[in-house]
Design a protein around this ligand. Structure first.
Ligand SMILES: Nc1ncnc2c1ncn2[C@@H]1O[C@H](COP(=O)(O)OP(=O)(O)OP(=O)(O)O)[C@@H](O)[C@H]1O
Length: 962
């Protein structure tokens, strides 16, 4: 239960229980709080039951959270609200179809029906696989469409076109297009003409008008292009000055597109049929069928409409979702809540104009839906706007600063847009303090610079944040969130932080199938499919520490290690894909968020049986290739900084935000983009290239019309600016912006003076670990009584290399290794021990564990002995391998270990003068074997010399040994 009272505007919204309301709820204005209070207030009214209120949220998690909050604010229990329609659009449509919509496809002229066993196919990679199968059948059956397929880079891009059309409410029927869908495909010439005129407006020069942006952009029109013969020459196109002739607006827009429309129609319609035949629906089809059902079945629509409809995050709705909300509303009790400045889901077909032009769209959609029958029965011209203006999160300095982000240029061609300020509802802070630091910094090594800044901030009063008691306190790691536009940078930062033992919680999308866990699982699945799979063996053998040459020999002779073959047998008996995955992860000691996420994805994608292992392998390969991302919450717990993408941070708040990687090609990100057949407002369905036989040869020609059209379309970087706005408004107290050596215009145009940071990160933590020390001693009787042996290694580097696993753990692994090497019957009890066992299994020479080593050297006039214990000697006819086990998770103590192994090296060289001697560290945590290049004896002596000198009190001659 919240213990604060709603402010006046919030109360106004809570009390506004009838009529149409559009709520401009700026960042941090308590939108979720207010909606749940409003919902609870509706329930207080005698005649209103939970079933009468449809509350639409953006994600399933948001729906669940909303329910909890409602329960906290009203007399209903969770069980009473369990089936209440608090849902996402997709979820609600799915329920509607399963309950009342089996025949919905018939309204499009599709013979197949939805059944109770029709599955929702959520995984895009799996769907793309199905789509490829569909296209290859389609291509066989439709030679007339081959020229369109030829221009595509990737056939699956047509799936994107289908999703986009479906999000706009454009659906095919057996004999054409549903309702007015075709008009959208044709585009809207008047709307285009406006864009054309804006782009073609002459610019102001010092000596009169200069050429329009459009005329300028069309210079080099023919350069590097191959147009069909009907294209104008550049001189013809640009023969006017300062603008190009208006006739080119018509000539570019006016294009014969019947064949293109027929192609897209057939693909779209037949794919719907294919999906139903294969008994699945995707998210787009759920909404499509729910929409046609609600449009066509009037009695049903009326029976499923609600007295109240509320939509949260309205800025992220698509056009079909706006229309669905209207069809589901039985009365004008419609309330939409959102913030256009936080609309960041354009790539999922969100249309920001749903909220920016709410009233206009509402009228248009009602007219459209009612064109042949009354479907929206309530009046829509009385719309009340409510603005939530009090912000409960950030300081006033941050709120004021956040406004800049919406006018920043995102590319070098754009300019700062000052007019945007007029569209922004000012927010008022409610914080008691305003000590905000708003800073920018750059560095050639951005990750290190960020970590340097993090270390400067933690514990620093200048970056004080508000504690729970409302008082300012120095920040700790968990107060800091690093937000990034792209996932890649966040993951890179995470791995840098690990090297320094800086705790990081990563939240967001991960290319799950590129992780070590997935690669090992895939290798074992390949081996299950094919006992001789080279790709499978190469991965698992390398992981077990075999050298490339050894792997080659094993593969040539098919002499696979017996322990691996028996593990393969165990896997073969597992009954589910989850079971296989768990066995593999246990073998390698993966007990982490990535392993859990993989099991969840595989189990969710494939039903529980393992009969279709081939399909699982293909799925994993395709997911890897497609860089498919899945949400992973990789949180070490405790006092960690958070690293998130901006999308993942939406709706959250952090005391200190570092907005990172504001670099060229990263923010805005480069690449991607639609394929050569695309739908774009307001020009409709277009192709950027044609396959044709002109100039006497078949070729993929550039479409000159599209080239002109595209120069008039707005390049939509507005969403990038909004992403920046979302990131800044997550911050409560301080915001820092960071870039590397090539900052993006979004960074360069910030009204801040960036500082250059020289990276200087310190490894965190100071716990000693179990790592063995090399003892240096002066032989008896020279040791002065009571003095302890001296270590050659610098203890400071061992600080937390094993991230707190401790001496006991290290000793346990070493004990196990000794016993296993000596042939005792011991079972590995953790992944480190499993790595050791596998490693020892892979060796074919004599194993000698825990060998003492003594190296006498002369330091100055003094005879000194350095002693230590060699964990393992592996002796073969021509080689002796020295192996030292390390339980470290980090790697930064390696230079100190080199000293230790160098000593062993010289001892072993003397003992085996005819053999080649190798020295290696074996990191038990991941089974990595790292060869070490030993120091010479003189270098070792130098080290002891230096240590002696450091240990001498001034003027004292006698060597003192610490
Ligand atoms: N009337 C109020 N008095 C005090 N605190 C409030 C009030 N209303 C909301 N809050 C607090 O304000 C913070 C922001 O609320 P909430 O997360 O609901 O905002 P939001 O509008 O959803 O934000 P955003 O859109 O930026 O994600 C929360 O910590 C919430 O508890």
């Amino acid at each position: 239960m919240t213990d604060f009272e709603p402010n006046d505007k919030q109360q106004e919204l809570i009390d506004a229980t009838s009529g149409i309301h559009v709520v401009d709820a700026g960042a941090g204005t308590g939108k979720t709080f207010t909606i749940t209070r409003r919902y609870a207030n509706l329930l207080q009214q005698d005649e209103t039951e939970p079933d009468d209120i449809l509350l639409i949220t953006f994600t399933n998690n948001a729906a669940a959270e909303m329910k909890e909050r409602v329960v906290a604010n009203c007399d209903y229990s969770m069980s009473a609200l369990r089936d209440a329609p608090i849902n996402t659009f997709h979820g609600h449509c799915h329920e509607l179809l399963l309950r009342d919509g089996f025949s919905a496809p018939t309204h499009l002229g599709v013979d197949d029906r939805i059944t109770s066993s029709t599955r929702l196919l959520e995984n895009e990679v799996v769907e793309e696989d199905r789509f490829r199968e569909f296209i290859s059948q389609f291509a066989d059956e439709h030679p007339e469409h081959h020229d369109f397929l030829r221009v595509l880079r990737e056939n699956t891009s047509l799936l994107e076109v289908i999703r986009e059309l479906a999000a706009k409410g454009i659906f095919p029927t057996s004999d054409g297009w549903y309702r007015n869908g075709e008009s959208y495909l044709d585009g809207d010439f008047e709307a285009f003409e406006e864009l054309f005129e804006t782009a073609n407006e002459p610019n102001e020069g010092a000596n009169g008008p200069t050429q329009s942006d459009l005329r300028d952009d069309l210079s080099g029109f023919e350069r590097d292009r191959c147009f069909l013969p009907d294209a104008p020459a550049e001189s013809e196109l640009r023969d006017n000055y300062p603008s190009i002739d208006h006739e080119w607006a018509d000539r570019a827009f006016d294009e014969e597109r019947d064949a293109l429309k027929a192609f897209v129609h057939d693909i779209y319609f037949e794919y719907i049929e294919f999906a139903l035949r294969q008994n699945y629906l995707n998210f787009s089809f759920l909404q499509m069928f729910a929409f046609v059902l609600l449009c066509e079945d009037h009695a049903l629509r009326e029976s499923v409409q609600f007295d109240h409809v509320m939509v949260d995050e309205f800025q992220d709705t698509s056009e079909i979702q706006f229309k669905l909300a209207l069809l589901l509303a039985g009365t004008d009790n419609l309330c939409v809540v959102g913030d256009w400045k936080q609309s960041i889901y354009g790539f999922q077909y969100a249309s920001v104009d749903n909220i920016r032009q709410f009233e206009e769209r509402l009228g248009n959609y009602k007219r459209e839906l009612n064109s042949d029958s009354e479907r929206v029965a309530f009046p829509v011209d009385d719309v009340t706007g409510i603005k939530l203006e009090k912000n409960y999160r950030s300081t006033q300095s941050i709120l004021n600063f956040s406004r800049h982000s919406l006018g920043l240029p995102a590319t070098s061609n754009e300019e700062v847009d000052l007019d945007i300020e007029d569209d922004i509802t000012p927010l008022t802070a409610t914080t008691d303090h305003d000590n905000s630091n708003i800073e920018a910094f750059t560095s050639d090594d951005e990750c290190e610079a960020i970590l340097t800044r993090v270390q400067e901030i933690v514990g620093n009063r200048e970056y004080a944040v508000e504690g729970e008691d409302g008082e300012l306190r120095p920040p700790s790691h968990e107060d800091i969130a690093v937000l990034t536009r792209t996932r890649r940078f966040g993951r890179e930062l995470q791995s840098h932080a690990r090297e320094y033992n800086i705790p990081v919680a990563y939240e967001g999308g991960v290319e799950l199938f590129g992780t070590e866990q997935a690669i090992l699982l895939l290798a074992w699945l390949r081996l299950l499919e094919d006992r001789h799979s080279k790709r499978g063996w190469a991965v698992v053998l390398e992981e077990a520490g075999y050298t490339l040459d050894e792997v080659k020999t094993i593969l040539e002779n098919e002499s696979y290690p017996s322990n691996m073959l028996s593990f393969r047998e165990r896997l073969a008996s597992a009954e589910t894909v989850g079971g296989i995955a768990r066995l593999v992860f246990d073998r390698y000691g993966f007990e982490d968020a990535y392993a859990d996420a993989l099991v969840a994805v595989l189990q969710g994608t494939f039903d529980s049986t393992t009969h279709n292992r081939g399909a699982i392998v293909r799925f994993m390969e395709q997911s890897l290739e497609a860089d498919a991302t899945h949400d992973v919450d990789d949180n070490p717990g405790g006092d960690s900084i958070t690293v998130q993408t901006i999308h993942a941070a939406k709706g959250l708040e952090h005391p200190i935000v570092i907005l990172a990687n504001i670099n060229q090609y990263s923010f805005p990100p480069s690449g991607g983009g639609a394929d050569r057949i695309r739908y774009e407002d307001p020009v409709g369905l277009r192709q950027t290239k044609h396959y044709a036989d002109a100039h006497g040869r078949p070729h993929i020609y550039d479409n000159w019309r599209y080239r002109i059209l595209s120069k008039c379309l707005n390049r939509d970087y507005d969403e990038e600016r909004r992403l920046m706005y979302v990131a800044i408004t997550r911050a409560e107290s301080h915001v820092l912006f960071s870039a590397g050596s090539s900052p993006s215009p979004l960074f360069e145009n910030l009204p801040l003076e960036p500082e250059t940071v020289e990276p200087d990160v310190e490894a965190a933590g100071t716990t000693r670990t179990e790592q063995s020390r090399l003892q240096v001693s002066v032989p008896v009787p020279d040791i002065p009584a009571g003095q302890s042996p001296h270590s050659l290694m610098d203890d400071r580097v061992f600080s937390d290399v094993d991230e707190g696993r401790g001496i006991e753990f290290g000793n346990q692994v070493h004990d196990f290794a000794e016993q296993y090497a000596e042939g005792a019957v011991v079972e590995p009890s953790n992944k480190d021990e499993r790595h050791v066992a596998e490693f020892l299994d892979s060796l074919d020479g004599e194993l000698r564990a825990e060998e003492n080593a003594y190296l006498p050297v002369t330091v100055g006039e003094q005879q000194v002995t350095i002693s230590g214990i060699i964990d393992l000697l592996h002796v073969t006819a021509e080689r002796v391998d020295i192996v030292d086990y390390k339980t470290d998770l980090g790697r930064h103590a390696e230079s100190e270990y080199r000293k230790q192994l160098s000593v062993y090296y010289h001892v072993v060289r003397a003992a085996f003068p005819d053999s080649r001697v190798t020295t290696a560290l074996f990191y038990t945590a991941d089974g990595d074997r790292i060869e070490i290049d030993p120091l010479s004896k003189d270098e070792i002596v130098d080290l002891i010399d230096r240590d002696y000198a450091e240990a001498q009190p001034d003027g004292e001659e006698e060597p003192i040994i610490r």
